[in-house]
Structures are given as structure tokens and as C-alpha cells.
Ligand binder design. Structure first.
Ligand SMILES: [Zn+2]
Length: 160
């Protein structure tokens, strides 16, 4: 289980980047009209929720502060509070929509911890099923998932 948050690479780094070249800053700063393309399912004042492009399971979300920060201590209390509220809502939405057996929440801070985008911290929220290591295969770093990302986006968008 300790590998759960580590194996993905973030190839969507290619499409949208902020001024500093950070993909998460780019998605955060983009107009809400591009949220379907960017797979953003919810926007708050301090943070947003986006699908992971290389999900561990269907419904794999990330709670991301708009502020570019690599340490929790770099974020002020209002940002941390909203990330907490969005994480709680993400858990509830995933339970409603996917009825998982459990949910993992976690952060990888720094390359050694498995961060895919190490300069802009983000909280993974991943629904889990007791049998999910059996019914999904791992081929290289690509997991075979039962539904497409756009379908996942349509199910989750609007439930926050
Ligand atoms: Zn950033």
C-alpha cells in the first residue's frame, strides 16, 4: 500500500502551464469555462478539486491550493481550512457516487516521497475497493480503469 500515491507521471504538464511553468498553477488560473478540458470538478476561493489524469482508481481526485507552495507551512490558515473542507466534500461525493469500501487521502511532499509535481503540493483523494488490486491491472505505469476520465468528470462535477 505504500506505493499508492507514487507511480503516476503527469503528462498533462504539456498542455496548460502557469507563468512559472507549473501545470497546477495553469489549471488553477484558467477560466472556469475550460474546467471540462482541465478535468476540474470544483472551485473554491482558495483551492480547487481536479481529477488526476493518471488515476489509481476511477474517481481519483486532487485538492490543490491556487497558491504555488511546496510545504504546508507556506500556506495560510484560510487555504488549509478550505483544503480540509474540500477534502471532506470529496470524500463524501466519492462515497455517494462510487460506494467504495474505503478512501485514501495523502500527500507526497518532495521527490523522495513520490511527488509527481513536487513544487506545488496537492492532496490525493482515492476511492478504494477491497478487491481493487485484483480487478485492475498495472501495465507499466498505466492502470486499466473501468471508466473514462470524461465520464468521471460528468459524474462528479456539480456535486460539490
Ligand atoms: Zn504551481
Amino acid at each position: 500500500m505504500d506505493h499508492i500515491f507514487s507511480p503516476w507521471r503527469y503528462a498533462y504538464v504539456t498542455s496548460r502551464k502557469g507563468d512559472d511553468g507549473c501545470v497546477l498553477c495553469g489549471i488553477g488560473a484558467a477560466a472556469p469555462s475550460s474546467d471540462e478540458e482541465s478535468l476540474v470538478v470544483a472551485r473554491g476561493d482558495q483551492a480547487f478539486v481536479v481529477l488526476n489524469l493518471y488515476p489509481y482508481n476511477s474517481g481519483h481526485l486532487m485538492v490543490v491550493p491556487y497558491r504555488h507552495a511546496s510545504h504546508l507551512g507556506d500556506l495560510d490558515a484560510a487555504v488549509l481550512a478550505e483544503m480540509g473542507r474540500l477534502a471532506a466534500r470529496a470524500e463524501a461525493v466519492l462515497v455517494e457516487v462510487y460506494r467504495p469500501d474505503g478512501v485514501n487521502l495523502g500527500m507526497n511532499l518532495g521527490k523522495a516521497a513520490g511527488a509527481g509535481i513536487e513544487d506545488h503540493l496537492h492532496l490525493h483523494v482515492v476511492p478504494r475497493w477491497i478487491a481493487d488490486t485484483n480487478f485492475m491491472t498495472v501495465a507499466g505505469e498505466t492502470r486499466v480503469l473501468p471508466e473514462g476520465l470524461r465520464e468521471t468528470w460528468r459524474k462528479l462535477r456539480g456535486r460539490f
